[in-house]
Write a protein that binds this ligand. Structure first.
Ligand code: SF4
Length: 436
């Protein structure tokens, strides 16, 4: 069977990097150290990502490294460790006098921290590596953890993009899926945030949570439109093996997760995008609609997908320095132990080949819905229409490809399933391998 006549793949999971994480190895960790010892390539942007792994409770669909049982003393130990980690990294030659172009506080729930803890953390970070020139500072929040003074503090500390993990507005769905916040906390926290004047507020939604129905989803989208955030991010629910839902499903001997199937989830996202477009939004990626595309950017995503350096801070964090990808220790004790011993806590790494770097950028930029062949010609000296002719032909044969000349574009149907389409660009050795 030729590739052009192959069946469309059925698997679907979020592709956030390439080569697959299962190829990142502890035996390559020294490559990250060597990358940090080199001065930066001119013109490479620098970002900082801090993972704050605390949540009030664990959502049933969560597959992140999070802790719901840490006390104030342990949280203080984590803040100290993150600052020690930044201080170690900031002394390395790869920084080369650069200041961060973007900063991202992700989780977990960064807004779990109190104003006192946040003050200590962010004052410390700014002393080590000031972010006064950062184009974007993103901070992820869980609505139920936000108070007026905390929101004001976030604005004062320089957050430009506040991302609210709303996920849904229906109280029963929030409860059924184990979310810590209720529906009333959404409007209250959004109202505070608007009054403080963040340049950008993003609302995250998930299509296909347990208990989802056509009517409830439509209602969630309507409520989002009423709030009129600058940006809306919509994910399709996935149930990986390390979620409570998957464990319960296995224990009950069930084969399928108690959530809608992929075509239904895609239809819900398609309907949400149509409604948002009707309200004046523009769809700017497989997951994102923004009110004003000229003003509302997502610098963190766009810089990472074009090869920026990213300093990873925190347990299980992912970073990238000068062509080497790495991940920190993904358990609490080893992460803290290594920092207390004065070492950077890199757990595993991978330095992709030039060809893998090209594929990485191509498939990540595909998730924006369009790629520019001219970019790849200039950066990699590659003609992607020729180099990937077979993969592009397959995707075209399935009816998802548009564009001509240097522009290669996915239609809406293709965009909504881009995470499975990009497998067509994988090298053969990565195609049937485990992703994580
Ligand atoms: S709030 Fe996010 S990180 Fe925390 S448990 Fe829920 S899904 Fe996981």
């Amino acid at each position: 069977m030729t590739r052009a006549t192959r069946e469309k793949p059925v698997g679907n999971y979020f592709i956030s990097n390439y080569p697959p994480y299962s190829f990142w190895k502890p035996e390559f960790a020294a490559e990250a150290a060597r990358a940090m010892d080199r001065p930066p390539a001119p013109g490479t942007p620098l970002g900082v990502y801090l993972h704050i792994p605390f949540c009030r409770k664990r959502c049933h669909f969560c597959y992140f490294r999070v802790y719901t049982d840490k006390n104030a003393e342990e949280i203080q130990g984590y803040i100290d460790a993150s600052l020690a980690e930044l201080a170690l990294a900031a002394r390395k030659p790869f920084v080369g006098g650069r200041r961060p172009d973007f900063v991202y506080f992700g989780g977990g729930t960064p807004s779990f921290l109190s104003v006192r803890q946040l003050t200590e953390l962010t004052d410390g970070m700014k002393r080590i590596l000031p972010w006064d020139r950062a184009e974007e500072v993103t901070f992820e929040c869980e609505p139920g953890t936000l108070t007026e003074p905390k929101i004001q503090y976030l604005r004062d500390m320089g957050v430009t993009r506040l991302s609210l993990g709303v996920e849904h507005f229906d109280p029963e769905i929030l409860e059924l899926n184990g979310r810590a916040h209720g529906d009333r906390e959404i409007g209250r926290s959004y109202g505070f945030a608007r009054s403080v004047g963040f340049p950008q507020i993003n609302i995250d939604l998930i299509a296909g949570m347990m208990g989802e129905t056509d009517e409830k989803w439509r209602d969630a989208v309507e409520k989002t439109v009423e709030l009129a955030p600058d940006s809306v991010t919509i994910y399709q629910m996935e149930i990986p093996y390390n979620t409570t839902i998957f464990q319960d499903m296995k224990a009950a001997g069930r084969e399928t997760a108690p959530v809608a199937d992929w075509p239904t989830k895609r239809r819900w996202v398609a309907e949400a995008f149509e409604r948002l477009e009707g309200a004046g939004y523009a769809v700017t990626s497989a997951y994102t609609a923004v009110r004003d595309p000229r003003r509302t950017k997502f610098v963190y995503r766009d810089r990472l997908w074009t090869g920026a350096d990213l300093v990873a801070l925190g347990v299980a964090s992912f970073g990238h320095i000068q062509g080497t990808h790495y991940q920190n220790e993904h358990d609490w004790d080893p992460y803290l132990r290594r920092l207390r011993a004065g070492e950077l806590p890199v757990y595993r790494a991978l330095t992709p080949s030039p060809e893998e770097r090209l594929i990485r950028e191509l498939l990540l930029q595909f998730k924006l819905g369009r790629v520019d062949a001219g970019y790849f010609r200039k950066k990699f000296g590659a003609e992607i229409r020729e180099r990937f002719s077979e993969a592009l032909e397959t995707i075209a044969d399935w009816g998802f490809l548009e564009g001509e000349g240097d522009e290669i574009r996915l239609n809406r149907e293709g965009l909504l399933q881009v995470d499975r389409l990009v497998h067509e660009f994988f090298l053969p050795r990565h195609r049937d391998a485990r992703y994580t």
